[in-house]
Design a protein around this ligand. Structure first.
Ligand code: FO1
Length: 317
């Protein structure tokens, strides 16, 4: 059995981790958002890929969901002494990842190849694929003008009103052969509970990827990142509202029409089920809030079991 998960940052990484723990090794491929990537101190940083990577390796900082557990900040402290602005908290161990990624890319490796060269030594027996190898940058329009994603998200704590979102460079991006193969070979494709506009959105915007998803024979299922009218983490709820999209599991589902066979919603949102079914999707409610490892695995098992009911010949994990 082959499973593909589409994931953004912290929320996506949690479900990807649950899937990783309940599936046999070498079954899972995670396609990660790279439109949040940034360059700092001459280094290429891929926050969402790293969040998934550290989480699967059991290295993620449980307090933040990003960064490395127990990391120290000596390097960043020294950079601050040199007068650099340390608004983006890069730890010492995390720096090693960015050094290695940047060196690999300067030597001509694709981001896909460099990412594999990082996950393998950490013992990760899942494939982690960037959504594309080209540089794509999410830009956020606020009443004061356009901002880079991390400037909006981290430096300004996603407090600005968002009037538009764009993915600079997306027209030049190409679906990679690795992603195309993973989608074509998948039995189940799971949209993790990540922000539909700025985490899953850029992945789906990579030219060719949406068509490959539609063409894939896999059962496709999304887990709603909106529970009880609120985002589990981050600004997804405000972003949806500002774009005139209903802040609910139903609102999320409207953005995925034509792509999904099914939606998994939280038990709090069962009242949304008939309207989502009206969009042509099967619906199941479950406990979707992941407080601990057991919650992640339980949600992963529930999503796989639900997907399997829609593909009767598949065996359930
Ligand atoms: N998020 C923050 O809110 N503050 C930070 O200082 C920060 C640093 C950081 C460093 C490395 C990394 O991989 C991620 C980091 N993040 C930080 C998280 C990240 O930028 C966002 O959560 C995602 O881009 C949104 O998915």
């Amino acid at each position: 059995m082959k499973v593909v998960a589409l994931a953004g940052g912290v929320g996506g990484a949690k479900l990807a981790d649950g899937l990783y723990r309940v599936l046999p090794p070498d079954t899972l491929t995670v396609i990660g958002n790279t439109a949040d990537d940034l360059e700092l101190f001459g280094l290429h940083i891929s926050p969402d890929l790293d969040t998934v990577m550290y989480t699967l390796a059991g290295l993620a900082n449980p307090a933040t969901g990003w960064g490395v557990v127990g990391d120290t900040f000596t390097t960043l402290g020294m950079l601050e002494r040199y007068g650099e602005d340390a608004w983006f908290r890069l730890g010492d161990a995390d720096f090693a990842t960015h050094l290695r990624r940047t060196a690999g890319m300067r030597a001509g490796q694709r981001l896909t190849e460099v990412t594999a060269s990082l996950t393998a030594p950490l013992g990760i027996r899942a494939r982690l694929l960037p959504m594309c190898d080209e540089r794509v940058a999410t830009e956020i329009e606020t009443p004061e003008g356009w901002r880079d994603f991390q400037d909006y998200f981290v430096r300004r704590r996603h407090e600005d009103r968002v009037t538009q979102v764009r993915f600079a460079g997306i027209e030049q991006a190409r679906m990679t052969p690795e992603t195309a193969d993973a989608l074509a070979a998948a039995d189940f494709i799971i949209f993790c509970p990540s922000n539909p506009l700025v985490s899953v959105g850029p992945i789906l915007a990579v030219p060719g990827l949406r068509d490959a998803l539609v063409a894939s024979p896999a059962i496709k299922i999304a887990v709603s990142p909106i529970v009880g009218g609120k985002a589990l983490k981050g600004p997804a709820d405000r972003m949806l509202a500002e774009r005139g999209i209903e802040v609910s599991a139903y609102g999320v589902a409207t953005g995925y029409v034509g792509l999904l066979d099914a939606m998994m919603i939280d038990l709090l949102d069962t009242a949304d089920a008939p309207r989502i079914e009206g969009l042509g999707m099967a619906v199941q409610a479950a406990q979707t809030v992941m407080h601990n490892d057991e919650d992640r695995q339980q949600l992963a098992r529930a999503a796989l079991a639900f997907a399997a009911t829609l593909a009767p010949r598949q065996s359930v994990v």
